[in-house]
Each structure stands twice: as C-alpha cells, then as structure tokens.
Design a protein around this ligand. Structure first.
Ligand SMILES: Nc1ncnc2c1ncn2[C@@H]1O[C@H](COP(=O)(O)OP(=O)(O)O)[C@@H](O)[C@H]1O
Ligand SMILES: [Mg+2]
Length: 373
C-alpha cells in the first residue's frame, strides 16, 4: 500500500476571521479521511505563534494552548516541508523534527493567511499547498486592486471611489464630497483587505457615511466606497488549476439588511438556495464570468466567486473572489460542489491532488539561465 500522505491543516491566524477559520477547520477535519491521510493540525494564535500537538483545534476552540507544542516551518527548500517543534531555553533554541508535510491546507481566512503572505512563506519552503499562490491570493484579497484587474478584463463591477486612512483622518469633508459627486446613497464602505463583512457598513445618509469611513479606517489604510446595489447574492464555486471549472451557482438570502458578519455566522436564518433560482442564461453567464475572473487573477485550486444581481435592472456585477472560501458546516463552497456531483470528501481529495500537481508543475520551472549554445 502506498504510504499515507502527511497533510498539514493550518487554522486560526492573525486575522479578524480567526474564529471563522476555526469553524472552517472543524468542518475540513471532519471529512479528511484518517485512513488515507496522516493529519497534522497546526494552529496559529491571534498573535501569530504556531502550535501543533494533539487535538490542536479543540485546544484553540477552548482558548487553551498550554498542552500544545510551539512549532515552526522553515522557509527553506532543503527542509522538504519539515515541521519542527521549537523550544527556546536559556541555553539556546532547539528544533526537533515532527513530520514532513506533503501538502498544506491553509484553512485561514483574511490577513496573513488568505492574502499571499503565508503563500509566500510556503513558496520559499517549497511545499505543496492548497489554493491560490501569492499573486492570486493577494489580488483576491485586495478589494481595490481586484476591481482594477476586473475592469481591465471587461468584467462588470459596481462603480466605486477609493480613499486612504490619511485622507479620512485629515480631510474627511473632501472624501465625502468626492463620494457624493460620484455615488448616490446607499453606499457600502469597506476596508480594502478584510473579509467576513468585518468593518463593512451600509450607509444611507451623510452621517452614516462619516461613521462608516471612520470605522473602516480602523481596519485598513485603504478604503473602498461602492454604490449600494439592490442586489441578489449569487455565488459560484470554481475548482482547478489550468482548466478551472465552475459549479452550479447558488443564492444567499441574508437574514439581515445585507450579508453581514452576524448574518453569515451567528444568526442561522440566512437561506441558501441551491441551485440559485435564476434563468439558464444568467446561470451560464455567472459561471463563465467566474472562470474568467479566476483566471485573470491567476487563482489555483479553488475560489468562490460572488456576484450581485441587480433586482431592478437584472445587471450582474462581480463582487469578489474568495481564494480560501468558508468551509463551515453551512458554507456554500462545498455545498455548491455537492450539488454539482462532487461530494465534500471527494472535493478535499481533489484539492489535495491539485496542490500536488501545481507543485510538480512549479518543480519543472527552469530557475537558471540556460545558454542557447
Ligand atoms: N456594492 C454593494 N451593493 C450591495 N450590497 C453590497 C455591496 N457590497 C457589499 N455588499 C453586501 O455586503 C456583503 C459583504 O461585502 P463583501 O464585499 O462581499 O465583503 P466580504 O469580503 O467581507 O465578504 C455582501 O455579501 C453584500 O451583502
Ligand atoms: Mg463577501
């Protein structure tokens, strides 16, 4: 029998979405087959410290890391993905090998996990990992740059204005005038680099906008302000490396005024409709645009692509690409694949295969100059 692969599942992280990541990891761990894989759990604290050991996720859920082992992965190819335990004592630092990680699944949302930073570290370490690489992850994370790339690719997005924290701090009146010149209320104010609706407000009036800008500026240096669409929320899952394909699309009917943090994770009353009750033409368009957007930002492995479908005009806008979509028990990404004929355990196996084949492809890249002679 072939040797079992070691799969490192990383969760938590230095992100406002730390708790969401734990929920996603709980669900991913429940479908990873221990008969097929050795699973090595790695938790990253809010402060960025890595821990491994037994029942790491359970310890993180209980907020008690005292029985866990500090761990590190060195950003160096010779280590071949070796995870080390780390002991710092008065007489020095000790590293002891724990396991070679064949594939890493970063089940991390938001900053330092989904934004290309961790991906850069994994590239340096030269290990296979699930999901987009540095570029896809970072462009997918940055709502401002992402829109510019969509516009360059003729993919429809909602009209918007940008602002910086410094502008908001020093001349908020100028920022508000700029917004009101281009957009009408309601508008959505969003930090450029967050997810799970953290820091996002829907503003109906100038005073809402003032508050919304101040709130968003606490979370990021760069802020995006968008026209508020009276939109239906349509989501589609994309899977693949070189030939990505799209699942059937679904629709979310949020229980809140918009799909807020509360509506996503706390209040169970948001409805998921799979497939989305949209006509065949719109379904096709959603799937086609999703794959184009995925390719445009150089995604790999997986992404969930979210749209807003205007209730009044039927116009379709691409809202965002999530390169590490939610994997909680109610999450759309696996549910849409299940509805498209790929069940959850098979989906995870496919993601592992895609990570391995992307790594093989990378290994075949020539890194030295070859003379023509
Ligand atoms: N321009 C917009 N018009 C209408 N609703 C929006 C708009 N932008 C965001 N929303 C609402 O806010 C939610 C969160 O915004 P989104 O851009 O998806 O950020 P996040 O990365 O936090 O999920 C969306 O799912 C939607 O309900
Ligand atoms: Mg979203």
């Amino acid at each position: 029998m072939a040797e079992k692969m070691n799969i490192g599942v990383i969760f938590g992280g230095r992100s406002g979405e730390h708790e969401v990541s734990l929920m996603s990891a709980r669900s991913v761990l429940s479908v990873l087959d221990p008969a097929k894989y050795n699973i090595i759990e790695i938790g990253i604290t809010h402060e960025g410290a890595w821990y491994t050991g037994k029942e790491v996720l359970a310890a993180f859920e209980k907020n008690s890391i005292k029985d866990l082992v500090p761990a590190v992965l060195l950003p160096e190819p010779r280590q071949k993905g070796m995870l080390y335990s780390l002991r710092i004592t008065a007489s020095g630092t000790e590293l002891a090998p724990i396991a070679h990680l064949d594939v890493i699944f970063p089940v991390l949302h938001g900053t330092f996990g989904e934004d290309g930073t961790l991906q850069g570290m994994l590239e340096l370490a030269d290990v296979a990992y699930i999901g987009a690489g540095v570029l896809g992850a970072s462009v997918g994370m940055d709502k401002i740059l992402f829109k510019d790339v969509m516009i360059a690719n003729h993919i429809p997005v909602v009209v918007s204005v940008n602002a910086t924290r410094a502008e908001i701090k020093n001349s908020i009146d100028v920022v508000i005038a700029r917004i009101e010149k281009k957009l009408t209320y309601p508008v959505f104010v969003k930090p450029a680099n967050l997810g799970s609706s953290v820091g996002i407000t829907k503003c109906r009036t100038r005073s809402d906008l003032l508050e919304g800008l101040m709130e968003a500026a606490q979370y990021d240096r760069r802020i995006l302000i968008e026209y508020g669409v009276n939109g239906r929320e349509i989501e589609v899952s994309v899977l693949g490396n070189e030939s990505p394909r799209a699942s059937v699309a679904g629709e979310i009917r949020p229980c809140d005024d918009f799909y807020s943090y509360e509506a996503k994770y706390i209040n169970p009353d948001s409805e998921l409709l799979i497939p989305a009750p949209i006509d065949a033409e719109t379904m096709k368009k959603v799937q086609e645009i999703a794959v184009r957007a995925y390719t445009a930002i150089d995604c790999a492995g997986m992404a969930r692509v979210d749209f807003l479908l205007d209730r009044d005009t039927n116009e379709l806008f691409l809202n965002e690409v999530n390169t590490i979509p939610g994997f909680t028990s109610i999450s759309m990404y696996p549910k849409l694949w299940a509805a498209s004929g790929l069940d959850y355990p098979k989906l995870i196996e496919k993601l592992i295969d895609l990570a391995v084949s992307r790594k093989t492809d990378r290994d075949n890249t020539v890194r030295t100059y070859r003379s023509e002679k």
